[in-house]
Each structure stands twice: as C-alpha cells, then as structure tokens.
Design a protein around this ligand. Structure first.
Ligand SMILES: [Zn+2]
Ligand SMILES: [Zn+2]
Length: 330
C-alpha cells in the first residue's frame, strides 16, 4: 500500500494489526529443547519466507518484533555480552557464544523482511529475550537491553518505535518512552464470555471448537490506554489453543474451522471500525495446514480491505495516526 493511502483518519475503517515474535531459538534460551528446531535453522527460515510471500500476495502489513542478537551475522563477542552469564546455567550458552549458529544469528532474516520496504515494521523484542520483569531486571539492565538493541538497529538505519515484550512481561515503560518508542502490545483482551461463572474457564480453553458465536475481541480507538506509550493489546494468539485438540482438528482437515474466532473478529472489526490485533510466532507455523489457516485469514482481511471497510497497518503506523489526531484534532 502506498503511504498516502495509509494516511487516512485513524478511525474511518476497521484496522487489522498483525505482530510476529521473531526470534529463531531465542525464545527458549533458558529452556531449550533442540528437538523443537531444525539443526541448521533452515526450516525456520523457510517458514519466514513463506510468510513474507503470503503477505506480499495479499498485501498484508506486519510488525516483526526481532531479538537484538539476530541482527548479528555471527557472535561479535559484544562487550559486555549478557549471554556470558548463561555459562554453566543454560545449555544454550555453547550454541550461542562464539558461534555462528543460524538458529541464533539471523541478519539474513532481518534483511529479507526489510526487502519488502514499507510493508513491514521491525520492532523491539529484547536484546537477549530476557523478560522485562521489574522485580528481576534492574533499570540499568533494562536500559542496556534497549541501548544495545538500538545500536544494532541503527546500523541498518532503523529507528524503531514499537515494543513487543519478551514473554509479554510488560515493564520499564518509562524507559521506552525516553528512547522514543510510541506503542507496545499489551496483554490479550479477554473475551466477555470468559467472565461467565464456572462455564467461563471451559469456554476460554475450548470455545474455538464449540461455538461459532463467539469472536475474538477487537477494540476501539477511544479504548486506548496510554502509559506514555500506547497500549495496542492483542486480540488473539493465533496458536493459543490446546495443542492436543488442535492436532486432532488438523487431522480431520478442519484447521480453517478453528480460526472462526479470528475471522469473525476481523469481520466485526471491519463492520464496527474496531482494531483487531492478531499475534503469532513465525516458529508456530510448522506444516501446510498452519499456513493454509493463515491464508484463510489473509483472504478475509484482503476482502474487507478491498471493500473499503478495513485497513491493514503496522503498529507504528497506527500509533502515529492516533498520536497525530490527538494532537491535531480534526
Ligand atoms: Zn553478545
Ligand atoms: Zn519472544
């Protein structure tokens, strides 16, 4: 989409946001199970390229939140490197430090995302994927994670403004504001049905399989909360469902059926001019059915965009519009 086409009023249409936690093996730095990954990082890369192809086909914008060490081609023995503290503590140390393992270094992945230019945003996802828990991460440690990440992003001329917190642990927001970030992905919105006494817990786990009447929630611009940064909460984690059940559903070829909560949520957002924010990890897409599930979602987003009721945006673009309109009301 041309930039001019995106410069509409922030709430003339519904908005589709997609954020992807892009980390190769970093998400599991302290609990690595090598069987969860390919040995050479090739499978994970194929997945990322397949996603980029799909987004190009349907003109879908995305926010790719990357771990800082992925900017390196190989370990540069950054000083002081926080990974050194993993020695004797986590098995992953020997894979990461002084290595060029393609599961831990991914400059090529970031370059591939950047090749699509304005389509995609590169966002912050920690320098080492350490959670920003304010009781276990001191302020100076948080500052270090941010500054090191920015140092590497600047090598590519990037000035990122969006934060996706590692493991969704939100903390040290005032520091992010200081460094010019404008928005972050907040905790997933609960569906109103989860509040139903007793029944709610079961619905939370299984409603994707039981009912087509409940859609994942969207939200309105006026619902935005600002803590110095705009909170753009997730509406649904695409793969946040029971894995045993979903394998059975996939085996029955019903994988598109279980995304009804997402597709209904997107249709509602288009109809009611709400924001629908889908999140996933590129690593979550493991087989053809996973990609076909996303293809179904992209088709619906594309249909709604063509009908003029929905806009696919990066998180930074949406934050810009909201901030600009708050400053300069029409
Ligand atoms: Zn390092
Ligand atoms: Zn992560």
């Amino acid at each position: 989409m041309k930039k001019s086409a995106m410069l509409h009023s922030a709430n003339q249409t519904g908005t589709f946001l997609l954020s992807l936690d892009t980390e190769l093996a970093w998400g599991y730095f302290d609990c690595l199970n090598p069987q969860d990954f390919s040995s050479d990082g090739q499978l994970e890369r194929q997945g990322i390229h397949a996603l980029l192809d799909l987004f190009r086909e349907f003109n879908i914008h995305a926010t790719w939140a990357v771990v800082g060490h992925l900017f390196y081609e190989t370990c540069e023995k950054c000083e002081p490197c926080p990974v050194k503290a993993w020695e004797g503590k986590y098995d992953s140390f020997s894979q990461v430090y002084a290595s060029d393992s393609r599961l831990w270094y991914g400059a090529d992945v970031i370059n591939a995302i950047l090749e699509d230019g304005e389509m995609h945003e590169i966002a912050f996802h920690g320098y080492t994927h350490r959670p920003f828990n304010e009781t276990t991460m001191r302020r100076d440690e948080a500052r270090f994670e941010i500054e090191e990440w920015l140092r590497l992003a600047q090598r590519k001329g990037l000035a990122p403004r969006t934060v996706i917190f590692p493991r969704n642990v939100i903390g040290h927001l005032e520091l992010f504001q200081e460094y010019g970030f404008t928005s972050y992905r907040g905790a997933e919105l609960p569906s109103p049905c989860y509040a139903i006494p007793i029944l709610g817990r079961g619905l939370k786990r299984y409603h994707r399989y039981l009912s087509s009447f409940i859609s994942a929630p969207g939200y309105r611009h006026e619902d935005f909360q600002s803590n110095g940064l705009l909170n753009l909460p997730s509406s649904q984690h695409l793969f946040g469902f029971d894995q045993v059940v979903s394998r059975r559903v996939n085996a029955l070829n019903l994988h598109r059926w279980i995304t009804r909560t997402v597709t209904d949520g997107i249709r509602n957002a288009a109809r009611e001019k709400k924001i629908f924010h889908l999140r996933a990890h590129p690593n979550d897409f493991r087989d053809d059915k996973d990609f076909d599930m996303l293809r179904g979602i992209c088709q619906i987003v594309s249909e709604e965009v063509k009908s003029g009721r929905l806009t696919s945006l990066r998180m930074d673009n949406l934050a810009d519009m909201v901030i600009r309109e708050a400053i300069l009301p029409v």
